[in-house]
Design a protein around this ligand. Sequence first.
Ligand code: FES
Ligand SMILES: [Fe+2]
Length: 461
Amino acid sequence: MRSSTTQRQAPRVPGRSVQELLDAERVAIPPALRETAADDVGCTDVKVECFTSQAFFDLEMERMWPRVWQMACRVEEIPRVGDHVVYEIGRYSLLIARSAPDRIQAFHNACLHRGRILRSQSGNVQSFRCPFHGFEWTLDGRLADVPCRWDFPDIVDEEWSLPEARVDTWGGFVFVNMDEDAEPLDAYLAEIPEHFREWALEDRHKVLHVAKVIEANWKVVLEAFVESHHVLATHPQIMPSTGDTNTQYDVSADRPHTNRMITAMAVASPTLGDDYPEQKIVDAMLGGSSRVAAGRTGLVVPEGQTARSFMADLARGAQQAASGLDLSHATDSEMLDAIEYYVFPNFCPWGGYQRNIMYRFRPVGCDPERTLMEAMFLVLPPADGDRPPPSPMKLLETDEKWSSVPELGILGPVFDQDMSNLSMVQKGLRATRKPTVTLARYQESRIRHLHATLDRYVSNP
Ligand code: FES
Ligand SMILES: [Fe+2]
């Protein structure tokens, strides 16, 4: 944590700020939540072509994606030697493999003979054998077999190991980077390892993984999930229980790859006025939320208690019962709020002690107007210690709604509302006569930050 950023004052937002809500906490507040950073990361408009043009997309593919740390999978997805995950990003394909009990490696997923993709699907194998002519590599990437060896007199085995990408882990996630000269993951993640220390995502397991292909640029999709400015028009039904225009956005000029927002829950949107009844906040949450107190009805906020502390106590009780952990030290904010971090370019892990949401956004192939959006839930370890295997990805069909997945709870209908915008944004960006999009100075500062970092990569040959 840097004093230079902690001392900066966030712009005044309407209603009670996140920091004022923290003032009402009943336990010690983690320094991470007290940290604010609202640096000026430029206020220029963003060119429309960066969402629509194939040339800009190709620059991202050449200069950005191969140089950044990307979340490829969960460690829990490759527990046994030989387990591997195929991670695809645009034209690149990587094979993330557990090559030994304590070793994970990432290989460029292409045969060194005539270039066939080595593994088209995740799974478990004892070696990587190309289906085309049968060239074979060991799990740690050494050349193991060349069929008709007599016909390849020039192959030197030591020079025919599978090319590797860099691998590191944080929070139970495997990250990869194709750039040998990239800074270490720990430095890239800046404040995130320290902020998440107590939330320990490495101890969680993945209970849900849902994905959908969306007809829009990857940034159009991502940018709809890093601001709360759109809640009032797109998700009005959650305004009685969701802070929106009083969301805190933390953007630091000296941390190019990370930022954060905190959207308070169990408080009403400032747009609904200062005196929104506490009981109505609780009623709204019980009616619609599965994140806190699912299925409970008729709960009455005791005299003198706020909806926020009441709902946080319910959430704390439920999480303690499920995990056996003592969460008496956890703030109401950590039990309720959307504490959403961002790791450039495409990963959003949520902090706190609840069912943590993770988003990932990837272009589909080399199409600038198609994106795979993924949402995952990580939960605290179960009290009996028996973790189920990680949930495989469920890919929704084009016409399938997120709300058809009951486990998504309130997020299902909320995502469906987001979907109604995304392809329409892409269509509008093609139709518009205005060459730029204009961003709010504070509420869309995370998007400014993203574009400032992206511009640095694409302008660097
Ligand atoms: S292309 Fe892989 S063995 Fe020939
Ligand atoms: Fe939304």
